[in-house]
Design a protein around this ligand. Structure first.
Ligand SMILES: [Mn+2]
Length: 474
């Protein structure tokens, strides 16, 4: 895969600065880590042999990733400390939690672990901190936890969980571990709102968080039972469906492609790009503890925000989110803020993609989960900075394109693109041209990661030749 965008010097300085704090037992190892990270940062998405300049460097990198003295946690730790520093003074930060599957086609599952489908890979649970000021700047990852299944899942029947074959029993506790780790690291320097998708929906999780005053916006998976003052019970959905619509909003939805796994397809049906009119309704709900939840409070008082869509085009699944939150829902502004905060969850999806489209998944020389995780840990800060760049282009599209690309690259882009690039091009103009090169079709709405990646790949290989010719004059 080609690189996506070019990282600016300040981003690289941040990455290397964080690594300087790493405790790897030997300062030479820190230097090695910085050297590799520096190469990855100036060459994001390139394979290791392409990113590293000499044979000696490449061998050094393989030795580093395979070293018994280097661990995922130690490498992540320095980035997490830097992230906390960046969160200082941010006031309110979002902590977005998510679990993603990392697959390694070249690897042996007996060595790196088994995915759901029995292929080689593991799960990675990450917590991304996001600034809520001017634009939603991703600050970095404060918690990362690999989850490795050492045995192939037995049987294919739905819902079968043979003990020992799947995830460890308390693996669902990863959400709470991520929350508590984040809070501990920040230690009050910023106020945190935790965000997660349907996978996190758990009464014990919400109960444990509320007991110590944690704030959250979680998407509901189950339609839970609620109880009112008079003691009568109903479902959460019934409550919000009775509530008045308090806000309406037009929101552009991006196109979503079909996913290969049937479960994923059911959860995330493919969708065309469209502008959706979303309706927002809220209710205060007192959730009843499910039967199996012993030792937890019998009820939990939360606010519920329902975001949904009428008049959906034929064949498209309507937007329908049920959010549980500790945040107030008294005014339209508060409700809009909650939904916007939840929508910032796309950042972690993008981070996962950026991380996985990089060299990590293709690196054939790394065969153990330890080495692959070390590689992931060094790639993570690079992926965060790439994400920040894209997120800035989204939120401040009128910035000059020259803040992203050199003069030579812009002239190469102008030459290659069939879409016109204005003289004083903005970041948005440049990305639009790149998307066109990647085969983006205007009617499909905003270009996605893949089309940009493809366009960027073509553009960069063209620009490399173009700029080399210009440099030859120097
Ligand atoms: Mn998820």
């Amino acid at each position: 895969m080609g690189m996506t965008e070019r990282l600016r010097e300040d981003a690289i300085v941040r990455i290397l600065g964080d690594l300087a704090q790493a405790d790897l037992g030997d300062p030479r190892r820190v230097l090695r880590a910085q050297k590799i990270a520096g190469r990855l940062a100036t060459n994001p998405g390139a394979s290791l042999p392409n990113a590293l300049e000499t044979e000696a460097e490449l061998e050094g990198a393989y030795r580093f990733f395979n070293s018994e003295h280097v661990t995922f946690n130690d490498l992540l730790e320095s980035h997490a400390l830097g992230t906390v520093e960046r969160a200082r003074g941010a006031g309110v930060v979002l902590a977005i939690h998510d679990t993603t599957t990392c697959k390694f086609a070249h690897a042996d599952p007996a060595e790196v672990g088994y995915t759901n489908t029995g292929k080689a890979g593991f799960l990675l649970h990450l917590t991304l901190l996001v600034d809520t000021r001017a634009w939603k700047r991703p600050l970095g990852v404060v918690h990362g936890e690999p989850l490795t299944r050492r045995k192939k899942r037995a049987g294919k029947r739905k819902g079968t969980k043979t003990p020992g074959s799947g995830l460890k029993a308390k693996e669902s506790d990863r959400w709470l571990r991520g929350v508590e780790q984040t809070e501990q690291r920040l230690d009050g320097t910023a106020s945190v709102i935790h965000i997660a998708d349907r996978e996190s929906d758990s009464y014990p999780l919400m109960a444990a968080m509320m007991a110590v005053g944690r704030r959250f916006i979680f998407r509901a998976c189950h339609d839970r039972i609620t109880i009112d003052d008079a003691g009568s019970k109903s479902h959460v959905r019934t409550l919000v469906e009775r509530a008045d619509v308090v806000l309406e909003r037009s929101v552009p939805l991006s196109r979503r492609l079909t996913e290969s796994a049937p479960v994923a397809r059911r959860r995330h049906p493919p969708r065309d790009a469209r502008v959706a009119t979303l309706h927002f309704a809220t209710a205060a709900a007192v959730l009843c503890a499910p039967q199996y939840c012993r030792g937890f409070p019998k009820t939990l008082a939360v606010n519920v925000v329902h975001v949904y869509e009428h008049d959906v085009p034929e064949g498209q699944a309507p937007v329908d989110w049920l959010l549980y939150t500790t945040e107030p829902v008294e005014t339209a502004a508060q409700i809009a803020w909650i939904v916007d905060a939840y929508r910032a969850r796309w950042l972690i999806e993008e981070l996962n993609k950026a991380l996985k489209t990089g060299c990590v998944v293709q690196e054939r020389q790394l065969e153990s989960s330890t080495a692959l995780l070390n590689m992931l840990a060094l790639s993570l800060p690079v992926a965060v900075e790439l994400l920040a760049l894209r997120s800035l282009a989204r939120s401040d599209p009128s910035r000059p394109a020259s803040s992203l690309f050199t003069h030579g690259m812009l002239s190469a882009l102008r030459r290659l693109s069939h879409r016109p690039l204005p003289a004083r091009a903005t970041v948005q103009d440049a990305l639009w041209c790149v998307a066109g090169i990647g085969g983006h079709i205007e009617n499909n709405g905003q270009p996605g990661w893949q089309v940009l990646q493809r366009g960027m790949e073509k553009f960069l290989s063209f620009a490399a030749g173009w700029c080399a010719r210009e440099d030859a004059d120097l």
